[in-house]
Every structure is written in structure tokens, then in C-alpha cells.
Design a protein around this ligand. Structure first.
Ligand SMILES: N[C@@H](CCC(=O)N[C@@H](CS)C(=O)NCC(=O)O)C(=O)O
Length: 216
């Protein structure tokens, strides 16, 4: 099974971590924004990463790919069957993609992707506005829902919810984003615990090494 993308994308990283937790092996084919790779473009009609191929079957979108994995490899279950737990899991996946990652993208794109990989200046005002006006409210929300101690966001074990919510924090970490640890003490501890799992840690280390090599 082929995954097209770069783990620097929170959506690609989410799929990679989810696959690793399930023991699914992926052949990762690196592609960048607007990549001309015809196989990538065939799998991703809007040229966004991640995209995926399993033989002749092609799919785009991190959540679509993850649901395919869950149906094809049900064990260990990472999307609960219980209606309420499943609903909460999908909420956190959606929240992570459309609220948390979208805010992080304004910072990561303008401060890293545009200047380093697209050879154009980023919009620092947009990055600053996201960090100042959007991020604190998102973290305040998370602080009310993350578990204490060894718990998970939904039910008694790791689910897609934890993987989806933790993934965009890697980008904030790469940016050296200073989270207010006193105000978001539970969130910081929870995210660090999820990102320490081998399914995330191996990608984070590689990304940090890559970013260090591309630093100006
Ligand atoms: N909802 C999509 C979002 C995918 C997405 O926006 N990926 C970004 C990278 S983080 C991308 O490929 N952007 C390139 C573009 O929009 O042209 C998913 O979950 O996969």
C-alpha cells in the first residue's frame, strides 16, 4: 500500500501514526505541494496530501484513508463501535483537522513551508494573528476535555481521536511555539504522552532532522 505525502503535513502524519498503531506497513512516496507525480495526482483529485493507493484502489483525504484502514484491518480497533464513543471520536478528528490543524497551518505554512520550500515570503501577519487570536481559545477548549494521568480522549484506550488531536502539535513544536504551560498544563502533558508513542516519535525525529538540514 502506497501513501503519497510528507510527514511534515499533520494529515499525513496522522495516517502514518494510525497505520503504525495497527501494524500496517506503508510504502511512503514523498511528494510536495503541487507535485507533478502522475500517480499522486491520480489518487488526489485536488492535489492535496495525503493520497493513497492499494493496487488499483485510490483514495485521498486522511480521514477517508483511515476509515479504509479501520475497515480492512479492524484490530486493534481505533474507532469505537459504541455510538457515543464513535461520535466523540469523529468529532475530535474533525476538530483536529478543521480547527486545530487549520490554525497551525497558518503558522507552519507562512513560517516554514513558504519561505523554505516555495521560495517566497510567508504572510507573518497571518501567522501572528492565528497564534494570538485562534490558538489560545483552541487550547482552552482542549484543556477542558483532555484526560488526567494515563487516560485517553475517548473511552479507555487509544483511538483516532488521540492520534488526530496530537498530530498538529508536532508542527507547533517544530515552530518552537511557546505554549502557556501553566494555563494548559493538562493539554501539554497529554500531548507529550501521545507524541512519545513510537508511532509518532520515529516521524518527529526524522522531521526535526530534515528541518534542521533545510534551515537557513
Ligand atoms: N482534509 C484533507 C486536508 C489535506 C490538506 O489540506 N493537505 C495539505 C498539506 S497539510 C495540502 O496538500 N495542501 C496543498 C494544497 O492545498 O494545494 C485531509 O485530511 O487529508
Amino acid at each position: 500500500m502506497i501513501l503519497y505525502g510528507s510527514s511534515l503535513s499533520p494529515f499525513v502524519r496522522k495516517v502514518l501514526a494510525f497505520a503504525a498503531e495497527k501494524g500496517i506497513e506503508l510504502d511512503v512516496q514523498p511528494v510536495g505541494p503541487g507535485d507533478p507525480n502522475p500517480d499522486f495526482r491520480a489518487a488526489s483529485p485536488f492535489v492535496k496530501m495525503p493520497a493513497f493507493a492499494d493496487g488499483d484502489f485510490r483514495l485521498a483525504d486522511s480521514s477517508a484513508i483511515i476509515h479504509y484502514f479501520e475497515a480492512k484491518h479492524p484490530e486493534p480497533a481505533l474507532i469505537p463501535a459504541d455510538p457515543q464513543l464513535r461520535g466523540r471520536t469523529i468529532w475530535f478528528d474533525e476538530f483536529a483537522d478543521t480547527i486545530l490543524a487549520s490554525c497551525g497551518a497558518k503558522m507552519f505554512f507562512n513560517r516554514v513551508v513558504a519561505p523554505r520550500f516555495l521560495n517566497r515570503p510567508g504572510d507573518e501577519a497571518a501567522a501572528e494573528a492565528a497564534e494570538r487570536d485562534e490558538l489560545p481559545r483552541i487550547l482552552d477548549y482542549l484543556e477542558t476535555v483532555v484526560p488526567d494521568g494515563d487516560g485517553y480522549l475517548v473511552g479507555d484506550g487509544l483511538t483516532l481521536a488521540d492520534i488526530a488531536v496530537a498530530s498538529p502539535f508536532v508542527n507547533l513544536g517544530h515552530l518552537g511555539c511557546d505554549l502557556d504551560r501553566a494555563r494548559h498544563v493538562r493539554t501539554c502533558a497529554y500531548v507529550e504522552r501521545i507524541l512519545a508513542r513510537p508511532s509518532f516519535a520515529r516521524w518527529i525525529d526524522r522531521e526535526a532532522a530534515f528541518l534542521a538540514r533545510t534551515a537557513a
